[in-house]
Design a protein around this ligand. Sequence first.
Ligand SMILES: [Fe+2]
Length: 136
Amino acid sequence: MGARANINPPGGRNKMHHHPNNFLSAVYYLQTPEAEAEDRILFEDPRPQASVMMPRVVQFNRHNGNVLTFKVRPGRLVMFPAWLKHSVPPNNSQRERISIACNLMFKNFVEESSPALWEGTVTLDPSAHSSTEKRS
Ligand SMILES: [Fe+2]
């Protein structure tokens, strides 16, 4: 697990991103802008093909939008899959936005939790001299 502190001064923001090679991500909010300036984290539809042919929308709602916004406030913990793209809009207040973000990955995740369903035919054995192909 890795963690870091984020401090967004007035005008500060976090561009859309995700956290490769992690399983879960989380953000714990310590301080958010003043109450009148609602603070949010945004999650983007992870399907790239969903925006290829978008019909004209009269009014966005939870059924036709491609971005989900989630209100945040001090003391709130937001957890999400690390592959989910997210961003934080500009801080439009005079008070810093302070949060702690962390990423979680399991040790040996691929080998233990999601092993390959096939058996390879190539070995990386350096003692093999002329061919690295394994025959069974
Ligand atoms: Fe992030």
